[in-house]
Design a protein around this ligand. Structure first.
Ligand SMILES: C[S@@+](CC[C@H](N)C(=O)[O-])C[C@H]1O[C@@H](n2cnc3c(N)ncnc32)[C@H](O)[C@@H]1O
Length: 303
C-alpha cells in the first residue's frame, strides 16, 4: 500500500466500506480499523517487499546518522511494520534495537526477516503506541501472536533487562499520524517520552496539509463540508483522510498542519530541534517516491 495520497481522495464521498466491526458504535474509525488494515495480506506483502528491497530512504539515512551518532545507544522504533527501517538501522550498525508494532502479521514478517538474516539481537514487541505499558515480547522462538500469543511480559516497554530507558525513538513513514484522534496521538507522544531517558531524541514524519497549493484548495473544500456538517461520518476530526488504496482496502491518515504538531509536541514534553520537508533533506530515488509521497521530518528532544 503506497501512502501516496494522490488520486485516492475519499473526502466526502467514500468508495467502499471497511467492516463495521472495526469501527466504534458511532461508526468512527478506531485503532482497530487501522490495525486491521495493516494486517491485510496485500498490505503485509507490500511492506514486506519494502523491507526486503527498498530499505531506508536517503533522507531517513541522512537524518538518522546526523541525530543518532551513537550506534550502541538503545533505540526504539515504533510502527516498524515488516522491518524496512529496523533492518536499515541494523545495517548501519545500530546494535541495540527494539522494534514495536501493533499489526501482528507485519511483525511476523519482521521476525522472519530477522531469522533469515540470522539476527536475533533485535527485540520485537507487540504493542500499541498509545499503550506501551501493555506490550508482548516476541523474541521467543515460538510462533507469532496470532498462533499462540506469547505471555504478556507485563512490564512497561522501558523495563528493559538492565532497567535502562531508550536513548532515542523513531516513528517513521507517518505511523504516528495513523493514530485516530488527536488525544490518542498525544497519548502516544507521552508514552514514547515515558519510555525514553532525559535528553532522548525522537525522529518521525508527518504530512503537511499546507505544503502543496493544490492540496490547500482541496482542504478548503473539505473545510466547507465540515462547516455544513457533511464530512465523511467515519472521520474523527478535520484533517483526517480515509482513502482507497491500490489493494482494495482503505488507509487512514491524519494530515496535520505544522502548528498542530508543534502544539502536540509542546504539551507532551518534547522540544523541536529540527523540522523540514523531505525534498529539502535529500533527493529520493524513483522507487522511494513511488512508495511514499512528500512528508515533513520532525526531530524532537525530551525536555
Ligand atoms: C506506514 S506503515 C510504516 C511501516 C514501516 N515503518 C515502513 O516504513 O515500511 C505504519 C506502521 O505503523 C504501525 N502503527 C500504526 N499505528 C500504530 C500504533 N498505534 N501502535 C503501533 N504501531 C502502529 C502500522 O501497523 C504500520 O506498521
Amino acid at each position: 500500500m503506497s501512502l501516496c495520497l494522490r488520486g485516492f481522495y475519499t473526502f466526502g464521498q467514500v468508495r467502499g466500506h471497511s467492516p463495521a466491526s472495526t469501527q466504534n458504535s458511532l461508526g468512527k474509525i478506531t485503532s482497530t480499523t487501522v490495525r486491521d488494515s495493516f494486517n491485510d495480506s496485500n498490505v503485509v506483502m507490500h511492506y514486506t517487499r519494502a523491507a526486503h528491497q527498498l530499505g531506508l530512504w536517503a533522507s531517513e539515512r541522512l537524518l538518522i546518522e546526523r541525530w543518532f551518532p551513537d550506534r550502541s545507544a538503545p533505540l526504539m522504533e515504533l510502527g516498524c511494520g515488516a522491518g524496512r527501517v529496523t533492518f536499515g538501522l541494523w545495517d548501519l550498525g545500530y546494535q541495540d534495537l527494539t522494534a514495536v508494532d501493533f499489526a501482528e502479521d507485519l511483525l511476523d514478517q519482521a521476525r522472519s526477516l530477522a531469522a533469515l538474516r540470522a539476527t536475533d539481537r533485535i527485540r520485537f514487541l507487540h504493542a500499541d503506541a498509545t499503550q506501551l505499558n501493555r506490550c508482548h515480547l516476541l523474541n521467543d522462538k515460538g510462533s507469532g501472536p496470532r498462533n499462540g500469543r506469547p505471555a504478556d511480559v507485563g512490564g512497561r516497554l522501558c523495563d528493559q533487562p538492565d532497567g535502562k530507558r531508550f536513548a532515542g525513538a523513531l516513528f517513521m513513514f507517518n505511523g504516528l499520524m495513523q493514530i485516530p484522534g488527536r488525544e490518542n496521538r498525544r497519548r502516544a507522544l507521552r508514552e514514547i517520552r515515558a519510555a525514553c531517558q532525559p535528553g532522548a531524541r525522537f525522529l518521525f514524519t508527518t504530512h503537511d496539509r499546507d505544503d502543496d497549493p493544490r492540496e490547500r484548495r482541496r482542504w478548503a473544500a473539505e473545510a466547507g463540508r465540515w462547516a455544513r456538517g457533511e464530512p465523511d461520518p467515519r472521520l474523527v476530526e478535520f484533517g483526517d483522510r480515509y482513502f482507497a488504496n491500490e489493494h482494495g482496502g482503505h488507509t487512514f491518515m491524519h494530515l496535520p498542519i505544522r502548528n498542530e504538531v508543534l502544539e502536540d509536541l509542546a504539551v507532551t514534553g518534547w522540544v523541536v530541534l529540527f523540522d523540514a520537508m523531505r525534498r529539502t533533506v535529500a533527493p529520493e530515488s524513483a522507487a522511494v517516491r513511488e512508495f511514499s509521497d512528500e512528508c515533513r521530518f520532525w526531530l524532537a528532544q525530551w525536555e
